[in-house]
Design a protein around this ligand. Sequence first.
Ligand code: FMN
Length: 226
Amino acid sequence: MASILVVYGSGEGQTQKVAEHVEDVLSDRGHDVTVRRVTERGDVVVEEFDAVLVGSPVNNRRHRLDVVEFVESNREVLATRPNGFFQLSLASTVPLRWAQDGARQFVDSLVTKTGWHPEHVGRFAGAVKYSQYDPLQRAVFKLVSAVTTGDTDTSRDYEYTDWNEVEAFATTFAEDVERRLTASIEETEHAGTVRLSWVAAGIALLFGVAGVAYWATARQFTPTEC
Ligand SMILES: Cc1cc2nc3c(=O)[nH]c(=O)nc-3n(C[C@H](O)[C@H](O)[C@H](O)COP(=O)(O)O)c2cc1C
């Protein structure tokens, strides 16, 4: 069992929903999962976790600043354990090359900006939550939706996240964590066995030397017959 931290930022709650789904998948595999909004980490110490996942939506072609700041200040720690990044965007709702390239570029920009190279990357389609937008945002999203998804009914919300994709991402991450944890335990056990063998050899040598010394001493003091 590994301790896994899932840190995320979220505006309208879809990234939070994904983080919680990831938590369910990891917990079902027996891991100890802590999920925290990046701004509400409290006394969470990143170094104390075996593995870390970070999630952010794309807002105005960038990831949330609070998430970027978290990555920047924890880059070195992230690199020393299994780690991954998941992103939500509307670009990923469009099954066209230019849109998929765009979604990939958002991640590339994060890598360039922070110097963190996440080992696992999930690019998920997000949601359009008209019910949570102000009138201007609603109008902008209606326009964008008209040329992308066609979902322009502002009286309801639209969720595009493919939960099977989220599940596959979390499962692959968990498998990697489990494999590396097992390898590290085996390595520790092997090192312990090697150490024990050296101790046993040392003790045997000591007994050998003591035996020879005893024999030599006993021989010297044995009275010789005339
Ligand atoms: C103000 C705003 C700006 C956005 N900008 C982009 C963008 O530039 N590119 C994109 O693909 N999606 C964009 N989106 C879509 C979000 O990434 C998507 O709605 C996501 O599901 C939001 O996640 P959240 O609910 O966790 O905040 C934007 C959404 C909002 C509300």
